[in-house]
Design a protein around this ligand. Structure first.
Ligand code: B12
Length: 506
């Protein structure tokens, strides 16, 4: 049988709700640069094809090469399971690419399940590797890959990063777009979309510079319009989450995009993320009227910490007050503010934790619709804070298997006192929701009366606490949260007071 098939696999990230499947961009990006090689290319996204074995079985005899996309953490589990199947049933070459092999190529290649690791942007190294394998050439000449020779791991020099949108266009017909559309807090049929890639900043916790080298590229406006109109046509979408790394890097591009969305009457509600001081420096206040008119309903700011010492340590290039100033501007133009914060960086976690909670309280007092995503700092190799985390006693996983369970939800860091997790839980699950006077309106009809009762009993106390930055003796929160936990245990339910976007990742 002819080996004419390349399988590209995107593993499930189980920590995330499957209902929120995202278009598997990594493997679609790769496909566009291979489609002229004459292979039968099969894309498998475990997010939507949970039981993919029957699909794979059909190709066992034909697979020449299997490409696996991986991020650090839970996705590695699916990557290991898929590679084990390929190893057991085929003699195909297995290539891993994506964030995990990029940050830890040597450790990745120590696994018997991996023949080659592609480091950084995948399109060109992957293509060159495949061509070299077909022609039985020397892989030592292929830039951006790692491999094993005589029991030793060899890492070739990196390939140059290329404008991600200079390759052939993505073929969205290769996936069932409707499987990637979902309801969220601002739209009934929303899709994840990438209009630009990269970010000029280099924050100490972030992996982006590892691949993009602080560069930034965007699609052209006509291309974006064509793609959004395609999603409207085939998926009847009414919302878009721009999954760009830093959507607002280029003001001219953003404003032109917004004006075009208005001109074409796309009527899409959209949400994305930005960097507070960058927004304040490069955008005019009035720009937000146009941004809102184009459909922006919510903007997420990577506020990270309420402690300026931490912001400086992580090279955020941001002032704490810039976050509040953004909330003011967004609120003025009817755009909801959403902060992502991370607590317990490896210096003075106590002060960092308090200052960040204070920042969230200030923002919530500013706008009752304010939402936040709250998580604990997780060290990643290759980031600037990694060495400091090691110095402070963090012992990292030593193998693919160990990394697959070291998820950001379960990680235990030596400098994080367990009391912070309890306090974070009380704050995000009780105080933040009850600071919203309209919380009950967002609940399902049968939950509205009990939530309204809680609002009557506690909203004023919560607001008093926020104004005075006083969360001492949190008796009311403890009683209510333990009662909810008790009810959930007895009734096997998952009741929560949370707003749909307020999340706490412990
Ligand atoms: C959407 C997204 C998610 C989604 C879905 C991700 C997915 N893969 O489906 C969800 C919400 C699930 C998610 C979760 C997490 N994410 Co995330 N996520 C992203 C985001 C914003 C976009 C991903 C994307 O679609 N990129 C576009 C595609 C085209 O790029 P790509 O995946 O990098 O693929 C290219 C190369 O990597 C390479 N490549 C990739 N796969 C393969 C395979 C082969 C065979 C080859 C040859 C090459 C190759 O070639 C591709 C084309 O150039 C990225 C940021 C980013 N710019 O990538 C962060 C990012 C990947 N996430 C990150 C992190 C930290 C997380 C989390 C740990 C949570 C958190 N605390 O943020 C979890 C971990 C989940 C897990 N491991 O199970 C980090 C990566 C750190 C790391 N070492 O993995 C990033 C870079 C964010 C950051 N700023 O640091 N994420």
């Amino acid at each position: 049988m002819q080996k004419d098939t390349i399988v590209l696999f995107h593993p499930l990230s189980k920590d995330w709700d499957n209902k929120k499947a995202r278009i598997p961009y990594s493997i679609l990006f790769l496909e566009r640069n291979l489609r002229d090689l004459g292979f039968n290319i099969v894309l498998i996204d475990e997010f939507v094809d949970r039981d993919y074995k029957p699909i794979l079985r059909k190709y066992y005899n034909r697979i020449f090469l299997a490409g696996v996309s991986t991020m650090t953490g839970h996705q590695l589990k699916g990557a290991i399971a898929f590679s084990t199947l390929i190893r057991t049933h085929t003699d195909a070459t297995i290539v891993w690419g994506g964030w995990h092999p990029t940050i830890l190529p040597d450790q990745t290649l120590e696994s018997d399940l991996v023949d080659y690791a592609v480091i950084g942007q995948g399109e060109e190294p992957f293509r060159q590797l495949i061509l070299t394998l077909i022609n039985k050439g020397d892989v030592a000449t292929v830039l951006g890959i790692g491999y094993k020779k005589d029991g030793k791991v060899i890492i070739n020099p990196r390939a140059k990063y290329r404008d991600a949108f200079s390759f052939p266009k993505i073929d969205y017909t290769l996936v069932d777009v409707n499987k990637y559309i979902g309801k969220n807090s601002y739209a009934n049929r929303s899709i994840r979309y990438i209009a630009s890639q990269g970010c000029p900043y280099k924050c100490g916790f972030c992996s982006l510079a590892m691949i993009y080298e602080r560069r930034y590229f965007h699609k052209t406006i006509p291309e974006i319009m064509d793609e959004l109109e395609y999603f409207i046509k085939v998926g009847n979408i009414d919302g878009v989450k721009f999954d760009d790394d830093n959507f607002f890097v280029n003001r001219e591009f953003v404003m032109e995009l917004c004006r075009e969305m208005i001109k074409r009457k796309l009527n899409l509600k959209w949400f994305t993320q930005g960097h507070a001081s960058h927004l304040l420096k490069h955008f005019k206040e009035e720009d937000f009227a146009v941004i809102r008119q184009s459909g922006a309903v919510m903007i997420s700011i990577g506020a990270e910490s309420g402690d300026q010492v931490v912001l400086d340590l992580i090279a955020k290039n941001n002032q704490v007050e810039d976050n509040i100033e953004c909330a003011r501007i967004f609120n003025k133009y009817g755009i909801q503010t959403f902060y992502t914060v991370m607590v317990c960086f490896p210096i003075n976690p106590e002060r960092d934790f308090r200052a960040t909670i204070n920042l969230l309280m200030d923002a919530k007092l500013y706008d009752h619709r304010f939402k936040a995503l709250f998580s604990f700092y997780t060290p990643y190799p290759g980031t600037d804070l990694w060495e400091l985390a090691l110095q402070k006693g963090y012992t990292p996983p030593q193998s693919l298997n160990e990394w697959s369970v070291e998820t950001w939800k379960k990680i235990q860091l030596p400098w994080v006192d367990p009391k912070f997790r309890r306090q974070a839980w009380r704050f995000m699950d009780f105080y933040m929701p009850l600071a919203d006077p309209y919380l009950h309106r967002k609940a399902r009809w049968f939950m509205q009366p009990p939530i309204f009762l809680l609002r009557i009993l506690f909203h004023r106390i919560v607001i008093w606490r926020f104004k005075h930055k006083n969360l001492n003796y949190p008796i009311e929160a403890t009683v209510v949260l333990y009662t909810i936990s008790f009810i959930n245990k007895i009734l096997q339910t998952r009741l929560k007071l949370k707003n749909s976007h307020d999340q706490y990742f412990d």
